[in-house]
Write a protein that binds this ligand. Structure first.
Ligand code: FES
Length: 174
């Protein structure tokens, strides 16, 4: 006789994480809102990165388990998109959207200017750990293209001068 099938319950409920870190609770609530559907993976990874700054091994495994996906799939997606980072980020972060709407409004020139100013390429962090530079496909803010996310805040209609000045300021901070 086979055991009766029971509805799957996620092992990590929306209750407090043993570490007391409230960010796990928020991440859990995000997965719950998507009913732990595997196709919510990208949204969940975005939320995890927003909350934790980068996607650690433990986080990726937890997400894989909760969404019932093979870890290889979760790692594959996390490494495919430049927006996601698997290593700790610099003190500041700048993600430049290279989606179509932003691209036609000069996002490539924005990226080139920031790369030049910071002396790093997209996906890298400055040697002093002050700035991590990333790119994104579409931030869902096409109406204010070109859009960038600086330290988690979306900014729109960004000009090269404005962005470079802000980056320069970040790099100079002591
Ligand atoms: S293409 Fe950049 S926000 Fe949509």
């Amino acid at each position: 006789m086979t055991a009766p099938k029971t509805a799957r319950k996620p092992t990590t409920s929306a209750k407090q994480h043993p570490s007391g870190d409230n960010r796990f609770k928020i991440l859990e609530a995000t997965m719950k809102r998507h009913q732990y559907q595997p196709d919510a993976l990208i949204e969940v990874l975005h939320k995890a990165q927003e909350l934790f700054g980068y996607l650690s091994n433990d986080l990726l495994l937890m997400i894989a388990h909760s969404l019932r996906l093979p870890p290889s799939r979760v790692y594959g997606v996390a490494t495919f998109y430049h927006f996601f980072s698997l290593a700790p980020q610099g003190q500041h972060s700048c993600a430049i959207c290279l989606g179509t709407a932003c691209y036609v409004k000069g996002a490539a020139a924005l990226l080139a200017s920031v790369e030049h100013e910071a002396g790093i390429k997209a996906g890298d962090t400055t040697a002093d750990n002050r700035l991590s530079l990333m790119t994104a496909r579409c931030l869902g803010a096409c109406g204010i293209a070109p859009a960038v996310v600086i330290d988690g805040e979306v900014a729109g209609n960004v000009s090269t001068e404005q962005l470079v000045a802000q980056i320069r300021e970040m790099l100079r901070e002591s």
